[in-house]
Design a binder for this molecule. Structure first.
Ligand code: NAI
Ligand code: SOE
Length: 389
């Protein structure tokens, strides 16, 4: 009989909705499910939001006291979907209480903070995961499979981007994402780390970076009450403003331990680009390209394609591709952001039941944060910086 595991989720905002959807839907997609997630307690510092969120997102109970909930024996899994400044305190407490922990990205504001979490995770003996869900898009997992099968040969070059424009208007409000004490950094930590995760997953460890890191929009109107609006509310520019002390533009060169080279570009000022999360990888026997804005598609080109058929062609992911057995029965019916979270939930619960540590785990989260630190340091020193081990 499939067992049920009780989840306490901390944070009832944007990611709270995405993770709650995944708990409800995972067994509908992947059956037999490794275990059935039960939405037990929704915790938020804002007690009203927690109560409303529990009803809306299908949790039995709500609370504003995370310490009391983490101490409960009937909680198996703690899910951290709060802004970055609380990840370390919450995760370490949950790990010390023996709970399996999934934590949103970036794991922490800095490499040093992430290190404390990875150390606690190592000591705990429980399962831990950092929620870089984009690598669970079937097209991205298919790219990994092609690379592992040697289909594009030795990788020479990785080119990744993450460009957005929800934040391009300087009158968009001062979300917590623009404040260093909460977010840690801007484009580097918030969106650049997704591309760093792709680079490590698909190519290998990054040994050094050489970056430009810049802030164009230096102040924004203060946000008025309620949920973080991610720049989507009043853009009149009225009212008091406060400083933006994180970057909104980053470009870095990469050197990989295996000899490959690469680059990452991340911007919050890229009008016309919404969730333009892409990579192109060139190998000695072919190339692969992916664009999240067309997430059902993977572009491939193999050097031994017939001479009169050279060029990229499109694979539409479906039942014959990674995770396809749990998704929709016909290619190109269309998946979305929700499915990446459902797949992430499936892999995390599979890890809990099997006892096999999933990837990306807290050690991966630490490595990504160390690379983010190196990018920021290189941006300010204008030199190549070696990534800390
Ligand atoms: P949000 O601002 O929409 O929601 C955060 C919620 O956490 C709020 O309801 C707030 O009241 C609550 N909260 C804050 N501090 C708390 C504490 N100490 N204890 C309990 N509740 C607390 O934030 P959002 O967008 O959901 O982001 C949360 C995390 O998810 C961040 O780390 C962010 O980087 C990550 N994220 C990841 C995405 C992905 O694609 N994997 C997408 C969006 C966010
Ligand atoms: C805002 O840039 C944001 O919500 C990021 O925080 C997420 O990580 C990204 O996946 C979507 O955009």
């Amino acid at each position: 009989m499939t067992k049920t595991l009780n989840v306490a989720m901390i944070g009832g905002g944007f990611m709270g909705k995405a993770h709650a959807l995944a708990y409800a839907a995972m067994p509908m997609f992947f059956w037999p499910a490794p275990a059935i997630p039960h939405r037990k307690v929704l915790i938020d510092v804002n007690a009203d939001l927690a109560a409303e969120g529990a009803r809306r997102l299908g949790f039995d109970e709500s609370s504003s006291d995370w310490k009391a909930v983490i101490a409960r024996k009937d909680i198996d899994v703690v899910d951290i979907v709060t802004p970055n400044d609380s990840h370390a305190e919450l995760a370490i407490a949950a790990l010390e209480a023996g709970k399996h922990v999934i934590c949103e990205k970036p794991l922490a504001r800095t490499g040093a903070e992430a290190r404390t979490m990875a150390d606690a995770a190592q000591k705990s003996g429980v399962m831990h995961m950092v929620a870089f869900n984009y690598r669970r898009t079937p097209g991205v997992a298919m790219a990994k499979k092609l690379i592992e099968e040697g289909r594009i040969g030795t990788i020479l070059n990785f080119r990744g981007t993450y460009l957005q424009d929800w934040s391009a208007d300087p009158n968009g409000p001062l979300s917590w994402r623009f404040q260093k004490k909460i977010a840690g950094s801007g484009t580097v930590g918030d969106i650049g780390t997704h591309v760093v995760d792709f680079a490590r997953y698909l190519v290998g460890e990054i040994s050094a970076v050489n970056a430009m890191v810049h802030t164009y929009v230096k102040e924004r109107p203060l946000q008025s009450g309620g949920l973080d609006k991610l720049g989507a509310s009043d853009k009149s520019g009225a009212g008091p403003k406060a400083e933006v002390d994180v970057d909104d533009e980053m470009i870095t060169l990469l050197r990989f331990q295996n000899g490959a080279v690469g680059s990452i570009e991340a911007s919050r000022n890229a009008y016309g680009r919404n969730n333009f999360l892409t990579f192109e990888i060139h190998g000695t026997k072919g190339s692969i390209a992916f664009n999240y804005e067309r997430m059902d598609e993977l572009q491939v080109m193999f050097a031994d394609d017939p001479a009169d058929a050279r060029g990229f062609r499109t694979i539409y992911t479906g039942p014959n591709h990674p995770y396809g057995q749990g998704l929709w029965p016909i290619p190109a019916l269309g998946i979305g952001y929700g499915e990446t979270k459902i797949i992430e939930c499936y892999d995390f619960f599979k890890a809990i039941v099997s006892g096999q540590l999933p990837s990306p785990n807290f050690e991966d989260g630490y490595k990504v944060s160390a690379i983010a630190d190196a990018i920021i340091e290189s941006g300010s020193s204008e030199r190549w910086v070696q990534v800390a081990n």
